[in-house]
Design a binder for this molecule. Structure first.
Ligand SMILES: [Zn+2]
Length: 286
């Protein structure tokens, strides 16, 4: 879709089942089909069905990725074959990993950041996007370092920093600080905290058009009107405040919201229904 001069695409790695202990399977594989109820609501007791949808923003020769997905199948000799990942997604648009200039990470949970790097056939860890600078909030890095000791066993939605150390060591990462950071003209990183202390959203403006990538603050349209049920938020009060602020701004400016975890790459502008609840005015499937 076009947001003024920005071209915005919702990519997709597919649908996944996230279990309570944080591990992730491709939807419908290995653990058997989930119950119809959990599949329908995306909020089952045992597991949740989510999409994983990194965002690609193109502005002239700037090619910007917002989160990088799980990156399954990127490693040399990976047992994941025939899977979608950020590279197969980019190929659809005629882009190679080398073309990416900026990577913004909302936070460092595995399902958002693992696609940042891969291991090559010599078992060396390398940046998936060799020419990109990776942008991460400083508070996220500090928090991840403090958590990774406790969560090092978790393969799913927790922190898995082994490969990210390589990017840090190679000076590929730019740690940003403060409340707002201008990435390039018209694209601003907004430090929100809430989900994790260093979580950041991305707000885009071109001319009189706007788009908003709320990251895990609003992972899908199912989360527009629910404030207190996100058990994974490290600071639920801060998450709620940031979400209310972002939704007000997005509603006022008629920004297109881009959802990372919607099952079908959903995006859309906000209206309010008769009960003053936010709903999407238009639903675009990518
Ligand atoms: Zn997530």
């Amino acid at each position: 879709m076009q947001i003024g001069s920005l071209t915005v695409e919702v990519l997709s790695e597919g649908k996944f089942e996230v279990f309570h202990d944080g591990h992730i399977n491709r939807f419908g594989e290995d653990e058997g089909e989930p119950s119809d109820a959990s599949a329908a609501t995306g909020a089952g007791r045992q597991s949740t069905i989510v999409g994983i949808n990194p965002i690609l923003v193109t502005y002239g020769d700037r090619k910007i990725l917002l989160d990088t997905g799980l990156g399954w199948g990127l490693d040399a000799g990976s047992s994941y074959t025939g899977v979608s990942n950020v590279n197969t997604n980019l190929a659809i648009f005629g882009l190679a990993p080398e073309d990416i200039t900026h990577v913004v990470l909302s936070h460092l949970h595995y399902d958002h950041a693992a696609g940042c790097s891969f291991t090559d056939s010599a078992s060396k860890t390398r940046a998936t996007f060799p020419n990109a600078t990776y942008y991460l909030h400083k508070e996220e890095w500090n928090f991840a370092l403090s958590r990774t000791v406790q969560e090092s066993h978790a393969r799913g939605t927790g922190y898995q920093l082994d490969e990210f150390y390589r990017l840090m060591a190679d000076a590929r990462v730019q740690l940003v600080s403060g409340k707002t950071t201008e990435l390039i003209e018209g694209i601003t990183l907004l430090h929100s905290g809430g989900h994790t202390p260093g979580h950041q959203a991305v707000y885009m403006q071109s001319g009189e058009e706007y788009a908003c990538y709320p990251g895990e603050l609003i992972p899908s349209s199912l989360h527009l009107n629910h404030y207190s049920t996100h058990q994974q938020d490290s600071n639920p009060v801060q998450a709620k405040k940031a979400k209310v602020r972002l939704l007000k701004k997005a509603y006022r400016e008629q920004a297109v919201l881009l959802f990372y975890h919607s099952q079908h790459g959903q995006s859309g502008r906000l209206i309010k229904d008769d009960d003053k609840q936010y709903v999407l005015a238009d639903i675009a499937r990518e």
